[in-house]
Design a protein around this ligand. Structure first.
Ligand code: PHB
Length: 393
């Protein structure tokens, strides 16, 4: 028995030794990041923004962290969940990535969550924003935001500013339903009335829903559409004559996304939204970020997706530094509680939920220097995801 145990021990250490020797030192020093993004399809703006932000972060901060060379491998999932899952599997098994990142839409993050758990590979969600995502795997850390986090301040503002009746119009999937529920609960809790409309995610035609909204004659229309869909929404809003109906347009900042805002034209002027990032955010960190981002990308203005990507890299680099380049559970633990100054303001990773805690501002679309911007006029600091905050109580 004893002899067998000793032999087993020798066998194990011999194996460990061979494994150690078999890996060349240079290969050990590389940490691969699998960055899965929608570079094509209706959410391609999200992929383009995050890819550019990750490149900018590495150009500014170098390509090493915690003694490892960070090699970013970008894969295009076209915004299709089956593709995301297949690419994640391939990156884990064949590329042996130390972490996965990106995730342009909620279903893409959720499809990958079980793989991250199984393989113990951290998953940095830079874009998707349904509240429950971080509950799908203990390996998920999120640097985007959550829809309830952005929506509750909008509902509070609407109630405090004389609005009594609101129609909500949201894209019919995770983040839209989160926005609808958060708005409705907060606004009705303050005595308002709400009517809910949902529009399909695939090839949306907003016109019939806009007609219904107009017929209800509310004080305001609250809208959530995912980043990339705002221009089409605004076009149909104008075509249906809602811009002249006296119905105020409010929403989360996804609809007046900085990437598309300037192209929407003056119809967007006066739209009030709540969000965690505006390219017009007045801070030295943001001014430097916007200037560098534009310079590196032919004048393209960064939107909130870019900031989710930039902050995701910040969390990864700081986490790797803290673990001396170790991945897995140690990296996730090291990212919990991190705090830094982002282009969006002071942020931290909630150690309990692994969600980002950040300021939320109420903004109004205005013309600044001949261009349309979301100009922030009220800011709440350190806003947590209210869904998980309520569960924790
Ligand atoms: C999401 O699918 O979670 C999502 C996508 C785009 C947004 C917000 C949320 O602007």
């Amino acid at each position: 028995m004893q002899r067998r145990a000793i032999l087993k021990l020798i066998g194990t250490s011999a194996l460990a030794l061979t494994a150690g020797l078999a890996t060349p030192a240079s290969a050990q020093e590389v940490f691969k990041l699998g960055l899965i993004l929608p570079m094509t399809g209706p959410s391609a703006t999200t992929g383009r923004q995050i890819d550019a932000a990750v490149k900018l972060f590495q150009a500014q901060n170098g390509d090493t962290a915690g003694g490892k060379k960070i090699q970013v491998i970008v894969k295009d999932d076209g915004g299709v969940a089956d593709q995301t899952k297949r690419l994640a599997q391939d990156l884990i098994v064949n590329e042996k990535v130390g972490a996965l990142a990106g995730f342009g839409l909620t279903p893409l993050a959720l499809a990958t969550a079980p793989l991250s758990t199984q393989a113990k590979v951290p998953q940095i969600v830079m874009a998707a924003a349904t509240a429950t995502i971080t509950e799908a795997s203990p390996f998920i850390v999120r640097t985007s935001f959550t829809l309830p986090q952005a929506t509750v301040p909008m509902a509070e503002w609407a109630a405090a500013n004389g609005m009594k009746k609101v129609v909500t119009l949201v894209t019919d999937y995770g983040p839209g339903i989160d926005a609808e529920k958060a708005f409705t609960a907060t606004f009705t809790g303050k005595g308002g009335t709400v009517e809910n409309l949902r529009v399909p995610l695939a090839n949306p035609d907003f016109s019939p829903f806009l007609q219904k909204a107009a017929d209800a004659k509310p004080d305001a229309l609250f809208v959530f559409v995912p980043s990339g869909f705002g221009a089409q929404f605004m076009k149909q809003f104008t075509e249906r004559g809602l811009d002249k109906s006296g119905i105020k347009l409010i929403g989360t900042g996804d609809v007046t996304d900085d990437d598309l805002l300037n192209g929407m034209g003056d119809v967007a002027l006066g739209v009030i939204t709540s969000h965690h990032y505006s390219a017009a955010h007045d801070s030295p960190e943001n001014k430097a970020f916007v200037t560098a981002f534009k310079a590196a990308n032919g004048g393209m203005r960064p939107n909130f997706m870019a900031v989710g990507g930039y902050d995701g890299m910040q969390a990864l680099y700081a986490g790797l530094k803290a673990t001396n380049g170790q991945g897995g559970e140690a990296l996730v633990n090291a990212m919990k509680g991190l705090a830094w100054t982002s282009p969006r303001g002071a942020v931290s990773i909630d150690p309990q939920t692994r969600d980002i805690i950040n300021p939320i501002s109420i903004r109004k679309v205005e013309k600044v220097g001949g261009e349309l911007y979301n100009v922030e006029f009220t800011t709440l600091p350190a806003v947590k995801d209210p869904v998980k905050a309520a569960k924790a109580q």
